[in-house]
Design a protein around this ligand. Structure first.
Ligand code: NAD
Length: 462
């Protein structure tokens, strides 16, 4: 459905999906499996268009597009194909003595009509990974990709048209107005990826219908380099994680805390590693561009918030900003208050790890946190004392690619999680059933005597 879609069309479309869901057709293993196969085949048929669209929308290279977008989705599809049958089979659950004569079952039931709203920064992967989970769990799907990457949005719409009947899954293209119209409808589940600000709007809209949600939001992800870290490796892995996609990654290191005793040495290495991996950025043909002028202007204004240690080059016409490190930043400056979401990395120094813990804990809970240290006591301290979505020790970003782990935020960085089996769980209602025998009926639950009270006390205490 195109960006001129009307409220009535949205409403009618949802009715059609509801009617289809009510037939039970989406629930069989064969249906789920064939929808995943159709999706993979349609992606394969559109691969060239996907490369082309990401080049146009973000200047993304073929390699980056495969590794961070298409390959990721293929992986999610294959893992679901292998595991859906096991995940969807009702599970026998142990039954306590109190329920003598009963059996217990856990049934994963699809919610029904699911709405997925996606952002622009990994516009293919972040739209389709949740869709894979929603299909595997047996739901119908309405997907709204980001309007800021219109070429990718178009290809995703073509893929859906090729793979699915619209009574099962449909793409609704458009901007925030279209999103608002979708949110007025009563969906059975909403999966939103985007900013914390819009996440609040989504949650408010969902509350009106008591629709459950997953919110994959953003925030400022701290990166800590302790004095005993392997500095060369830390520099290499931080440079990679910060400047991939020109810093437009929800879990990119947002700001850096480096121990004062290794600050000079580490920042020298970071400059070398940034240059090795991304050159000066601006003139490099494969370097990702900033998505649009308004984000470019927002980002370049941060350059006033500190001293440029390296980088700082900008090119408005090409929408490119070089990998940049800022020092001498104040905690109250915009670059330290807002999510940066671009290739600028402010650096702070610290003496005691306690200062870092306090600083992070005074702010919203981050989506990710990265700690570089060889000291397990420091590692334990940071992991126990700071609440954040997920992260890495001695690495950046890689936790998102570990599909056996749940991915998601906490507090202002989001609620709920997904990837692999966690996606299946996210898009399923967990229905608990106790089936009681009719061959006999133990009398004690109906009895009001003291002796029975004692027995009940014993059984209920477990
Ligand atoms: P955004 O919140 O501006 O937009 C996300 C989606 O919401 C888009 O499809 C957009 O059309 C829609 N939208 C915008 N305004 C709306 C409104 N008023 N009502 C309803 N829908 C509306 O986010 P963005 O700029 O596309 O993406 C960047 C943000 O997303 C960053 O904060 C980033 O950290 C976050 N993000 C989070 C993850 C994650 O997995 N946690 C992944 C990628 C991006």
């Amino acid at each position: 459905m195109g960006s001129t879609v009307t409220k009535q069309e949205i409403s009618d479309q949802l009715k059609t999906q509801r009617a289809f869901f009510a037939t039970g057709a989406t629930q069989s293993h064969a249906f789920r499996l064939s929808m995943l196969t159709f999706l993979r085949q349609a992606i394969e048929q559109h691969e060239e268009e996907i490369y082309d669209a990401l080049k146009k929308d973000l200047n993304k290279s073929r390699l980056d597009t495969f590794t961070t977008e298409i390959g990721f989705v293929y992986g999610e599809i294959s893992r679901m194909e292998r595991t859906i049958r096991r995940m969807m089979t009702p599970r026998r659950i142990a039954t306590p003595l109190l329920h003598f004569g009963s059996k217990s079952q856990l049934i994963h039931e699809p919610y029904g009509a699911v709405l997925v709203i996606a952002p622009w920064n990994y516009p293919f992967q972040l739209a389709l990974s949740p869709v894979v989970g929603a299909i595997a769990a047996g739901n119908t799907i309405t997907l709204k990709p980001s309007e800021l990457t219109p070429n990718v949005s178009r290809v995703i719409a073509s893929i859906f048209e090729k793979a699915f009947h619209s009574r099962f899954a449909v793409v609704v293209e458009g901007d925030s107005k279209v999103s608002e119209a979708l949110l007025k409808e009563k969906f059975d589940y909403i999966f939103f990826t985007g900013s914390t600000r819009v996440g609040q709007i989504v949650l408010e809209a969902a509350a009106k219908h008591l629709t459950p949600v997953t919110l994959e939001l953003g925030g400022k992800s701290p990166t800590i380099v302790h004095k005993d870290a392997n500095l060369r490796l830390a520099a290499k892995r931080i440079a990679w994680g910060k400047w991939i996609n020109a810093g437009q990654t929800c879990i990119a290191p947002d700001y850096l805390f480096v121990h004062e005793s290794v600050r000079e040495e580490f920042l020298g290495m970071l400059e070398e590693e940034a240059f090795k991996q991304y050159g000066n950025g601006v003139g490099v043909s494969s370097y990702v561009r900033i998505v649009n002028e308004s984000h470019f202007d927002r980002l370049t204004s941060y350059l006033e918030d500190g001293e440029v240690l390296f980088g700082g080059k900008t090119e408005r016409e090409a929408l490119k900003i070089a990998p940049t490190v800022l020092t001498d930043v104040e905690a109250h400056s915009a670059v330290m208050q807002e999510e940066i979401f671009g290739p600028i990395l402010p650096v702070l120094a610290y003496r005691e790890i306690e200062e870092v813990i306090e600083f992070v804990n005074e702010r919203d809970k981050p989506l990710a946190l990265y700690l570089f240290t060889e000291n397990e006591a420091i590692e334990k301290q940071v992991m126990r004392r700071i609440s954040f979505g997920g992260g890495c020790v001695n690495d950046t970003i890689m936790h998102v690619a570990q599909h056996n782990l749940p991915f998601g935020g906490v507090g202002a960085s989001g609620m709920g999680s997904y990837h692999g089996k966690y996606s299946f769980e996210t898009f399923s209602h967990k229905k608990g059933i106790v089936k009681t025998t009719t061959s006999f009926d133990l009398p004690f639950r109906y009895m009001r005597s003291d002796a029975n009270g004692k027995l009940m006390r014993y059984l209920l205490k477990g």
